[in-house]
Write a protein that binds this ligand. Structure first.
Ligand code: HEC
Ligand code: HEC
Length: 229
């Protein structure tokens, strides 16, 4: 228990440092590279421009996650509409080998601290893209059950009444169903590493059938317009 919390705190501290300012190690490396014109390098900081990351997203990430951040590949999550702080945390977990997925870990290992920030900031600007209309209309009874479960287990409390997330909490409205299902089952079994106890404890007592119903509900969530938010 204590160890899990210590680990969670260490991740939080590292991520906050990333989100705020370059951590000392990165700053030192940069200073070393730019040793000669030290004062000029310090004042310009040579931070990659924002436009670079929209381009790099198109080159490196879009093949899997979709050009607008709406993935249409099974198992690959939608990134459009995710808060940048959530994204930077997850990229950090992948890079450090705590959250594991062969494809995504391989990509994350190549990213510098500046890249984590640059990609997260870029993703934070991608507007949510609604899910394409489902082949069959949502089953009203299953949607009602999903809504009741989301109320009962405080999913709406943390993820927002529109399931849009914010800060370190991800958007789950309109996310791909099979990805939601795998994530929820993964948090419960421990297969998916969490950076805090929020999700493992939220799902620890929920029967797998209900987890799947929650995934069904969130994937088909009607969205802000329909909820009158
Ligand atoms: C080869 C395909 C592939 C490429 C290329 C790729 N990803 Fe991923 N990404 C994945 C998969 C698969 C997952 C889901 C992993 C899992 O289930 O744990 C993922 C997960 C993520 C997540 C976590 C999302 C969430 O909701 O938790 C983020 C953030 C992410 N990718 C960002 C990126 C960025 C930024 C790039 C480009 C630098 C990128 N990905 C390139 C396949 C890819
Ligand atoms: C105490 C606040 C809290 C509660 C309650 C909560 N969540 Fe979360 N949820 C989070 C946080 C924080 C994360 C990021 C977790 C991490 O990486 O450790 C998350 C992550 C997730 C993810 C992963 C999304 C992705 O893009 O990978 C899903 C799915 C999810 N939550 C669904 C739910 C459902 C369904 C419920 C209700 C059973 C729920 N959450 C309850 C805070 C909460």
């Amino acid at each position: 228990m204590t160890r899990a919390w210590t680990a969670a705190l260490a991740v939080c501290a590292a991520v906050l440092a990333l989100a705020a300012a370059p951590p000392p190690a990165a700053a030192q490396q940069k200073a070393k590279k730019a040793a000669a014109p030290a004062s000029a390098a310090a004042s310009t900081k040579a931070a990659p421009a924002k436009a670079d990351y929209s381009q790099r997203f198109a080159q490196v990430c879009a093949a899997c996650h979709g050009a607008n951040g709406r993935s249409d590949m099974p198992g690959v999550p939608v990134l459009a509409g995710q808060p940048s702080l959530y994204v930077v945390t997850q990229l950090f977990l992948f890079r450090e080998g705590r959250r594991n997925n062969e494809a995504m870990t391989a990509v994350a290992k190549t990213l510098t601290d500046d890249d984590l920030r640059g990609f997260s900031d870029h993703i934070g600007t991608l507007p949510p893209v609604p899910a394409p209309p489902p082949a069959t209309p949502p089953d009203p009874a299953r949607m009602a059950k999903g809504k009741a479960l989301a109320d009962q287990h405080k999913c709406l409390f943390c993820h927002g009444t529109d399931l849009g997330g914010g800060q370190q909490v991800p958007r789950i409205a309109g996310q791909r169903e099979e990805y939601l299902q795998a994530s929820l089952r993964g948090f419960q079994s421990g297969k998916r590493a969490a950076y805090s106890q929020a999700m493992p404890s939220a799902v620890s007592q929920i029967p797998v059938d209900d987890l799947d119903t929650l995934a069904y509900f969130a994937a088909r969530f009607p969205g802000p317009a329909a909820t009158g938010k």
